[in-house]
Design a protein around this ligand. Structure first.
Ligand code: F6R
Length: 241
């Protein structure tokens, strides 16, 4: 695991955005796994700004969503599909066919999960997986006690995750989701995790201090040989120098 500590949130975001775009420049057909959430909002802005300024062509890239809520239509204003469409797909001007979403409206979630795994395999796997981290150490929606070899599947959200994400919903918040598994994520060729803000300090401390800890699923990512964590000072505030 490589840790990059930045002097500000803006610097952390810019650093990770530059890393992503640099990888696209050296491999235009990059397959990228996309995370959502508040942490990623400034990242998508900075990423597209660099692409615009540099005239970088992302037309051959393909993008796979890390997770999605279950129990709401995929075009719900608070779905991750809507998030990615509004914050990345539309402003990027990329084609919709470059984006892959798990089919959460399929009532057979097992079949939807298997089909999603197959669509990842069909493009040769994910080159670069972008990740955030939950306050409880979750990765995607792999909540504490998730298995390290888990695959894409239906999961029940923890009380902590529901509390953290409730403000994104006007009405009732979904309690279940479809998420890539930890095993699925570990198969990506490279992992890039961005954590900003003091609410992530405890999860980052647990990530650094523990190995293979079921209470902090992010610790399983340390098994990966190409795993980089980019932190702002607040997220890094519990790390002993
Ligand atoms: C989102 C996802 C989650 C978030 C995490 C942090 O696709 O998979 O793991 O990365 O919950 O969310 P924020 O950034 O809103 O704190």
């Amino acid at each position: 695991m490589r840790i990059i500590q930045s002097n500000s949130k803006e610097e952390a975001v810019l650093k990770i955005a530059e890393m992503i775009v640099g990888k696209i420049e050296s491999r235009p057909s990059l397959v990228i796994g996309l995370a959502t959430g508040r942490t990623m909002e400034p990242l998508y802005k900075a990423w597209l700004e660099i692409v615009r300024k540099g005239g970088i062509d992302q037309g051959q890239c393909r993008f796979f969503m890390l997770d999605e809520y279950l129990g709401i239509p995929s075009d719900h204003p608070s779905s991750f599909r809507t998030y990615i469409k509004e914050k990345f797909l539309k402003p990027s001007g990329l084609a919709e066919k470059q984006f892959f979403f798990p089919s959460v409206e399929n009532s057979d979630t097992k079949a939807a999960a298997m089909a999603y795994e197959k669509s990842i395999q069909d493009v040769g796997g994910i080159d670069l997986q972008i990740l955030g981290i939950g306050t409880n150490g979750h990765i995607g929606f792999n909540e504490p006690a998730s298995e390290p070899n888990s695959r894409t599947r239906q999961v029940v959200l923890s009380a902590e995750t529901i509390k953290a994400n409730r403000s994104s919903f006007e009405g009732e918040m979904p309690t279940e989701a479809l998420t890539m598994g930890i095993g699925t994520i570990l198969e990506a060729r490279e992992l890039l995790l961005l954590a900003t803000g003091s609410s992530k300090a405890q999860a980052i401390k647990a990530l650094l201090n523990h190995d293979d800890d079921p209470a902090c699923p992010a610790t399983y990512l340390k098994r990966h040989r190409n795993f980089t964590v980019v932190l702002d000072p607040q997220a890094a505030s519990e790390i002993k120098q």
